[in-house]
Design a protein around this ligand. Structure first.
Ligand code: ATP
Length: 455
C-alpha cells in the first residue's frame, strides 16, 4: 500500500529518528528550528544521492569540471550577486498569536487562518516586512587591540556564487572551450522565516548544482535550457521516484528570481502538495557581469579561434540534497502484508539504499554456520562496503528490520550452504525486499546480483 498525506510525513519523521537516519539538530539541548543532524543510515543515503549526482552531472561528462568553494564569503560577493538587496521574503506576523509566516505562501496563511477559526478566533495580519535571508557571522580580529573589530562575512545563501567567483580561475587553469560546466555540492544557509516540513525547509541545507556556460546566443540558450531541463528531470526520476509524482512547472514572470531570464521547477507531489525539488534557471550573464563590475576583474571568455571576447550565459541546474533525501524516503514508504504479518518497508532503489545487503547465519549458536556466514559477508564486502551483518533474534525479525530501512537483499547461510546435501553446497538464500521472494544462488551469483542491482 502506498500511503499519502500528513500521516505519511509523521511516519517518515518517526522512522528516520528511530532507525538512525535523521535526528533533530542538537536535540538534547532542545534543538534549533530548521536544523537537522544525519545519523549512520541517513548519511549513507545522502552520500549515495550526492554520488549519483556527481557521477551523472560531473564525473561522467567530458565538458564539466567539479569544484568545492568555501562556505564563508565576503559581503561584497553578495552585494554583487544582488542577494543583499533582493534575497528576501515578505514576512507577516499574526497579531493574535505572534506566529510568523511568509506572506507569499497562501497555503500556509490559509491553514493558519483555519486554525484560528477552529478556536473561534480571527487571525489578523501585520503589513508584510521584507526580511533578508542571508546569515551573517563575524570573522577575525583585524584591528589593533584597543580598537578591536571583526569583519562581517556571510555564510553562503546559495552555492552558485562560489562557482561564479572562480569562473576566471577555471578559465586560466583548465582552458575549457564553450560550452562547458562547473558543478559542486555543498552547504547553504538561509534565515528562513518559517522553517517547516522536516527536511523540506531548513535553515542549513545542502545543494547540488551545475552551472553550464554557453555562448551568449538566444537559439543556443533555448536549446541548452531544454536539454538541461530534461536531463535534470530524468536524473530525479532515476532516484527511483515514481514518474507521476514528478512534474515540470514554469515560473510565472513575477515569481522568477532577480537574475532569471527563464525558470522551471521540478516539483514533487508531497504530503504538502506539489513542492519544488529542483530549479533550472537561465541566469544569462547576470552573475559574471556583476562580479566583473564589482571586483574589477575581467570575466570575459576569449574564443581561441577568432580571438573574440564575450561574457558567457549560464544555464543553472540547482537541486536540494536534503529535499531529495526527504522525497526519496516519502516516495519509497510502503505498508503491506507478508506471510500474514503487517510490515512496512522502504522500496528504495538499490543504488540509493543505505545498506545494500544483510548477511546472516540461520542460527547464531552453530559455530560452523556463523563461520561460513562471516566468510560470505567478507566476500560480499568486496562488492560494496555497505553490507550489514545481523544475527540477532529470529530470521523473520531480521528481515523485517532490513525491510524497514530499505535494504534490497538479505542473504542467509543455512545447513545446505555447509554441504550437508551435496548439490546445494556453497549456495545461499537471497531474499528480495519488495516481494519477500527467495532464490537459491551460488555465492558468486549472489555477489553478481548485488553488483548489477546497485549500479
Ligand atoms: P523555495 O521557493 O522553496 O524557497 P527557492 O526557489 O528559493 O526554494 P533555490 O534558491 O532555487 O530555491 O534553491 C535551489 C534548491 O535548493 C531548491 O530547489 C531546493 O531543493 C533547495 N532549497 C532551497 N531552500 C531550501 C531550504 N530552506 N531547505 C532545504 N532545501 C532548500
Amino acid at each position: 500500500m502506498v500511503m499519502t498525506g500528513s500521516l505519511l510525513m509523521e511516519k517518515i519523521v518517526s522512522l528516520a529518528k528511530r532507525r538512525g537516519f535523521i535526528f533533530p539538530g542538537s536535540e538534547i539541548y532542545g534543538g534549533l528550528a530548521g536544523i537537522y543532524d544525519y545519523g549512520p543510515l541517513g548519511v549513507e543515503l545522502r552520500h549515495n544521492i550526492k554520488q549519483h549526482f556527481w557521477n551523472r552531472f560531473i564525473a561522467e561528462r567530458d565538458d564539466v569540471y567539479g569544484m568545492s568553494a568555501a562556505i564563508l564569503m565576503p559581503a561584497r560577493v553578495w552585494e554583487a550577486s544582488g542577494h543583499t538587496e533582493s534575497f528576501a521574503d515578505p514576512l507577516v506576523e499574526c497579531r493574535v498569536c505572534h506566529g510568523r509566516f511568509r506572506a507569499d505562501q497562501p497555503t500556509d496563511i490559509s491553514a493558519h487562518e483555519e486554525w484560528h477559526k477552529h478556536k473561534k478566533e480571527k487571525a489578523e495580519w501585520t503589513q508584510p516586512t521584507i526580511f533578508n535571508l542571508l546569515v551573517q557571522t563575524q570573522l577575525g580580529a583585524k584591528e589593533k587591540l584597543e580598537n578591536i573589530q571583526q569583519s562581517t562575512v556571510y555564510l553562503r545563501g546559495e552555492i552558485t556564487q562560489g562557482v561564479q567567483v572562480n569562473f576566471k580561475n577555471i578559465l586560466d587553469s583548465m582552458h575549457p572551450k564553450l560550452p562547458f560546466g562547473i558543478g559542486q555540492i555543498g552547504k547553504a544557509f538561509r534565515n528562513e522565516i518559517a522553517p517547516r516540513d522536516f527536511l523540506f525547509r531548513q535553515r542549513e541545507f545542502e545543494q547540488m548544482e551545475l552551472q553550464y556556460y554557453i555562448r551568449p546566443d538566444e537559439a543556443e540558450g533555448k536549446k541548452q535550457f531544454e536539454y538541461w531541463k530534461q536531463f535534470a528531470f530524468d536524473w530525479y526520476q532515476s532516484l527511483g521516484i515514481q514518474k507521476d509524482h514528478l512534474r515540470l512547472r514554469q515560473h510565472a514572470e513575477d515569481e522568477r528570481a532577480h537574475y532569471a531570464k527563464d525558470a522551471w521547477d521540478i516539483e514533487y507531489n508531497s504530503p504538502m502538495g506539489w513542492k519544488e525539488a529542483w530549479g533550472i534557471h537561465h541566469r544569462g550573464d547576470w552573475d559574471l557581469r556583476r562580479h566583473q563590475e564589482y571586483s574589477g576583474v575581467s570575466m570575459e571568455y576569449t574564443d581561441s579561434d577568432t580571438g573574440g571576447k564575450m561574457l558567457p550565459w549560464d544555464i543553472e541546474c540547482s537541486g536540494g540534497v536534503d529535499r531529495a533525501v526527504l522525497f526519496t524516503l516519502l516516495d519509497a514508504y510502503r505498508e503491506d502484508e507478508l506471510n500474514k504479518e503487517v510490515r512496512s518497508y522502504l522500496a528504495l532503489a538499490p543504488k540509493i539504499a543505505s545498506v545494500k545487503a544483510m548477511v546472516s547465519p540461520l542460527l547464531k549458536n552453530k559455530p560452523k554456520l556463523v563461520e561460513k556466514a562471516h566468510e560470505v559477508h567478507a566476500a560480499l564486502k568486496k562488492v560494496h562496503s555497505a553490507i550489514a551483518w545481523d544475527d540477532n533474534g529470529n530470521i523473520g525479525k531480521r528481515y523485517r528490520r532490513q525491510d524497514e530501512i530499505g535494504t534490497p537483499f538479505c542473504i542467509t547461510i543455512d545447513f545446505d550452504t555447509l554441504g550437508e546435501t551435496s548439490e546445494l553446497k556453497d549456495t545461499v538464500t537471497l531474499r528480495h525486499r519488495d516481494t519477500g521472494e527467495q532464490e537459491r544462488l551460488t555465492i558468486p551469483e549472489a555477489a553478481e546480483r548485488i553488483r548489477l542491482a546497485i549500479q
